[in-house]
Design a protein around this ligand. Structure first.
Ligand SMILES: *[C@@H]1O[C@H](CO)[C@@H](O)[C@H](O)[C@H]1NC(C)=O
Ligand SMILES: *[C@@H]1O[C@H](CO)[C@@H](O)[C@H](O)[C@H]1NC(C)=O
Ligand SMILES: *[C@@H]1O[C@H](CO)[C@@H](O)[C@H](O)[C@H]1NC(C)=O
Ligand SMILES: *[C@@H]1O[C@H](CO)[C@@H](O)[C@H](O)[C@H]1NC(C)=O
Length: 321
């Protein structure tokens, strides 16, 4: 399959949130890693049993096979967390995901391969599947944490997803896969743009996936809550400065957030769809806002219509956009 401890990292990317880059220390609450054998900490072993990483793997540091195709530790074992080793997401025994999860698996590629692992050695868990697993983890970990007890101490807190370190160490298998199919160097070069494009697509969805359990964008809502905290402090000061004035603080953020969080219970439809708009995931396009019209064969038609017309007011309360 692959030589032990391959140190050539074709694609190594660290995604650092701006807030972290500007802070003097690197205190990441968690690490989420995606990749291949260069950073697999036990996924292949969990799926296929000991033949996946038999002795002498693990001999120098762990003194027995430790799920890594390496005699000691991998680069990922030294990143960020110091004493704690990242659990493989696919490992169902003894794992603790409070400080992150590792989706990397031996033989993984960015693009899906058209062979089985038994034919070629390439893993069916390509980068897009690793993302699917992460996305599932993001949602289910929060539901499981709510059970309390030990579960609370095995899964990360919600805020960690938006301030975690995301690492990607994948790509070289995409190149060797072509050669295994007897492609020429020219042919391998020719598909590289496709591999890169698949890579950037997945990075974009992973970073866009930083939503909370209700589907709201966690980093932006963090900013809103921080703003409100500062606003409250300013209002306390204003009350002191203007003691003849009565100043009332109303937390609109919590009101609106609870409408979205409880949209099912309150019998609203999809809380993320703008009532009056057109196009896209949220029925919103800045260039085609409420009431936007276009000319079709000399007749003006309204493209961005209101949902009230469709639903006779039934769903209209929250759908103001
Ligand atoms: C797999 O097969 C499909 C259909 O022929 C092709 O579009 C795709 O590029 C192939 N994938 C790889 C990694 O070769
Ligand atoms: C999981 O790891 C975290 C961080 O090291 C620790 O605080 C927590 O107690 C562990 N959970 C369990 C159930 O041991
Ligand atoms: C590639 O070429 C080798 C040597 O000619 C041959 O044994 C092998 O079957 C070929 N592989 C494919 C996928 O065509
Ligand atoms: C506009 O007129 C053309 C020519 O008569 C016709 O083919 C087309 O379907 C019309 N478009 C619409 C949206 O009605």
């Amino acid at each position: 399959m692959e030589p032990i401890c391959k140190l050539l990292l074709y694609v190594t990317l660290l995604l650092l949130p701006n807030s972290i880059l500007s802070s003097p220390e690197c205190n990441f609450p968690a690490v989420f890693n995606f990749g291949d054998s260069s950073s697999d900490t036990g996924a292949l072993l969990s799926m296929f049993g000991q033949p996946a990483a038999p002795p002498p793997n693990g001999e120098t540091f762990f003194h027995s096979p430790a799920g890594r195709v390496c005699e000691g530790r991998l680069l990922i074992d030294f990143i960020g967390l110091g004493v704690l080793y990242l659990s493989a997401f696919l490992d169902s025994m003894g794992t603790n995901f409070t400080r992150g999860a590792n989706y990397a698996i031996v033989g993984s590629t960015i693009r899906r391969q058209n062979t089985t692992i038994f034919q070629s050695g390439y893993s069916p868990i390509s980068l897009d599947i690793q993302y699917a697993q992460f996305s599932n983890f993001l949602k289910r970990s929060q539901i499981i944490r709510q059970k309390g007890g030990v579960f609370k101490n095995l899964f990360p807190e919600e805020y960690t997803f938006s301030s975690a370190l995301y690492t990607f160490d994948i790509g070289h298998n995409d190149l060797t896969a072509g050669y295994q199919l007897n492609m020429s160097t020219e042919q391998v070069k020719a598909y590289i743009p496709d591999v890169i494009s698949e890579f950037t697509t997945t990075i974009k969805v992973i970073t866009a996936a930083q939503v909370d359990k209700h589907g709201c964008a966690a980093p932006f809502n963090d900013v809103s809550r921080y703003f409100n905290l500062k606003l409250k402090e300013a209002i306390i000061q204003l009350r002191k400065d203007l003691h003849l004035a009565a100043i009332t603080y109303v937390d609109m953020y919590s009101v609106k957030y609870s409408l979205i969080a409880q949209s099912k219970k309150l019998r609203f439809g999809d809380p993320f769809l703008v009532c009056c708009g057109h196009g896209g995931k949220y029925n919103f396009n800045i260039a085609m806002r409420c009431g936007w019209t276009k000319m079709v064969n000399g007749t003006k038609i309204v493209v961005a219509k209101s949902c009230i017309a469709d639903h006779l007011g039934r769903d209209s309360l929250y759908r103001g956009g």
